[in-house]
Design a protein around this ligand. Sequence first.
Ligand code: NAP
Length: 289
Amino acid sequence: MKVSFIGLGNMGFPMAQNLLKAGYELIVYNRTPEKVEPLLKQGARYAKTPLEAAKESNLVITMLSDDAALEEVVEGPNGILNGLPETGIHISASTISVDLARKLSAAHAERKQYFVSATVLGRPDAAKAAKLRILLAGHEQTRQRALPILSALGQEIFEIGDHGQEGNVVKIGVNFLIASMLEALSEAQLMVEKHGIESARFMDVVNALFQSPVYQNYGAIMTEQRFEPAGFKMKLGLKDVALAIGAAQSVQAPLPLGQLIHNHLSVGITRGYGELDWTALIRCLEHSS
Ligand code: NAP
């Protein structure tokens, strides 16, 4: 079966590679064409535009940075909308706004195509190991068509609901929790260190108590200051916190912590940390007291 994959960044590349390993006939597009080379060597085919990629198969997966990137790839003159055949499916894995997911569902439906949201939890190492957790949302029958392909990418698939944007709401909510954890962990680590206690010792206690891979992985990156190369760039972290603030505002839900974290990450971007891992949030706080 043919699958087209668009967006071969930190996450998209290992995901596409796993589809090849699972035996799918893969067609790939990336804005920076050099990134497709290793996949071509492994048997993938190259599409010159998103339109060409969509025309070549009945199913396109996108994994792009943000709303602007996805809008360009879907709605641009060389975009997916113009290439995907009727009944074709667009599986959107990027973390995008609730509004854009809603808009793209309607745009695809107008062309008798389907939009499914399959946002992912897990960093590039989890993507490489096909251990992502996937939040699947969209029309029931379309979800069934997407399931076997997604099972080649992840360890667990949560079926969230019948409307694509519902998956994005849940993803944005979970990422807001991770951002809040990073803020709290940064503040706690700095306080403990200033009392002369090594943060690795502190993390032993935190991990024993919380027993979460999220605390474990992020805590280790912060303690060891492994901010480069970024698994998840701070500029994308800021994007996700902004998405949470927008999602909360649209339904008048309170999110006061969101603004605080947004301010701290914005300081980091101003200092030039945008391409560092978002755990470098601790550096933004280091100099603020
Ligand atoms: P990334 O490494 O920065 O890759 C971004 C991808 O988007 C690249 O392929 C890039 O192409 C493409 N792109 C950006 N702007 C574009 C445009 N205007 N037109 C066409 N292509 C464009 O990001 P990532 O870490 O893989 O993240 C991708 C998505 O997954 C984001 O929504 C992120 O929030 C989400 N996510 C990330 C993680 C993580 O841990 N990294 C985990 C879960 C979800 P070029 O190669 O040409 O730059």
